[in-house]
Design a protein around this ligand. Structure first.
Ligand code: ATP
Ligand code: MG
Length: 363
């Protein structure tokens, strides 16, 4: 049975830095009611209006891993003594797709479909998957753009060999993406003087870059825009989902248990944000012996499948660990381009076919 203490401990672990506040979720929790079936009601003090969504995501992050938690309801108190907001019904906290005062979600002009590539945890291969998916879609004759929305650690310029690229601005003051073999690419990396320059833009400034990436770019006509997200469930994801009509999210994971715990958070976040989860990509799923061709599941096998089955999610691709993937990426060529006949490249092309099937281009 889940205890109140367990909930409070979990709330204590989630800080409030994104709200520019000291302390943790526990500090703004006024009451915790939990029944024997794991149904939780949290009474949370709302420090200011407009931060409800970010608090709900943080609550999800804090509570997502607690076994036996059946539902979470959040009741917000505003500063006016003891006033309650209507609690959302059932499940994890509901994030309204259109909160009061938020502008309506828009489509980016000229772009037919926007696909996000995310993960709960860093280093699982999001950027590799995003770049190779974009190239595979382009090879299948679609007009494709790749947006590196990882403003905190952009790696698309490296993977695509565009480290020295710089963007230009057209007569209408719109940013023009860089083109590589017909693929349109934009990354904050193109706006920093060089690789060694630390990302000194912090917080608000970086988020301004995301705003610009959404609405101040002349992409031309695109069938698909693939978006490489920063790891985790933070403000970039929230900003994109609040402003744009998004057609689907792919969640990347590795086979280890620890990554899987994070993938659950990512899936929950997309669901709460109203972004359809197209499925999972299990990266580094197995290793193929270069001599005998035998597959070894060095990180274990079956855990991702089991989770996917339980959630009714499809595993869109199982990508092997292949040294040539990182070697090609490091020298600026995604594996789909560098070694189109490799097992890995074939897996990425299959992923692209599945994405097209799930999110076809409207005629
Ligand atoms: N299937 C694979 N086989 C071999 N190496 C891989 C594979 N996928 C990714 N890598 C390597 O693992 C490292 C991490 O990959 P990548 O940068 O794509 O992860 P990420 O999830 O985008 O990371 P971050 O969270 O930092 O953005 C890179 O060096 C990449 O080349
Ligand atoms: Mg990345």
């Amino acid at each position: 049975m889940v205890t109140k203490e367990e909930i409070l401990r979990a709330l204590e672990r989630e800080d409030l830095k994104e709200l520019q506040m000291e302390g943790s979720l526990r500090d703004i929790t006024r009451d915790v009611e939990i029944d024997q079936n794991g149904n939780l009601v949290l009474h949370i003090f709302l420090p200011r209006r407009g931060v409800e969504d970010i608090l709900k995501i943080k609550l999800m992050n804090a509570l997502g891993d607690i076994e036996g938690l059946n539902s979470v309801k959040v009741r917000f108190y505003t500063a006016q003594a003891g006033q309650h907001q209507q609690p959302p019904q059932g499940g994890m906290p509901q994030i309204p797709t259109l909160g009061p005062g938020l502008p309506p979600k828009r489509k980016i002009p000229g772009i037919k479909r926007v696909i996000l590539v995310g993960s709960g945890k860093g280093g699982v291969g999001k950027s590799t998957v995003a770049a190779n998916l974009a190239v595979a879609l382009k090879k299948a004759s679609y007009k494709v753009g790749l947006l590196d929305a990882d403003i905190y650690g952009p790696s698309v310029p490296t993977i695509l060999g565009l480290k020295n690229a710089v963007v230009s601005v057209n007569d209408n003051q719109k940013i023009l993406p860089v083109e590589k073999n017909g693929l349109k690419v934009l990354s904050i990396g193109f706006m920093l003087p060089n690789e060694e320059t630390p990302v000194i833009w912090r917080g608000a400034l970086l988020m301004k870059a995301i705003q610009q990436f959404m609405f101040d770019v002349d992409w031309g006509e695109l069938d698909y825009l693939v978006v490489d997200l920063p790891p985790g469930t933070g403000d970039v994801q929230l900003t994109l989902a609040q402003n744009l009509i998004l057609d689907g999210a792919i969640v990347v994971t590795t086979p280890q248990d620890v990554a899987l715990a994070d993938v659950k958070k990512a899936v929950a976040m997309f669901e709460e944000l109203g972004v359809p989860v197209l499925g999972l990509v299990e990266n580094m799923a197995y290793f193929v012996c270069p001599n005998c061709g035998e597959r070894s599941y060095i990180f274990g096998k079956g855990r991702v499948e089991e989770y996917a089955k339980r959630k009714g999610l499809e595993i869109l691709a199982q990508i092997p660990t292949e040294p040539s993937v990182s070697e090609a990426s490091d020298r600026g060529e995604p594996v789909v381009e560098a070694y189109p006949e490799s097992l890995t490249a074939k897996a990425f092309k299959e992923l692209a076919r599945k994405v097209v099937k799930k999110v076809p281009i409207p005629q």
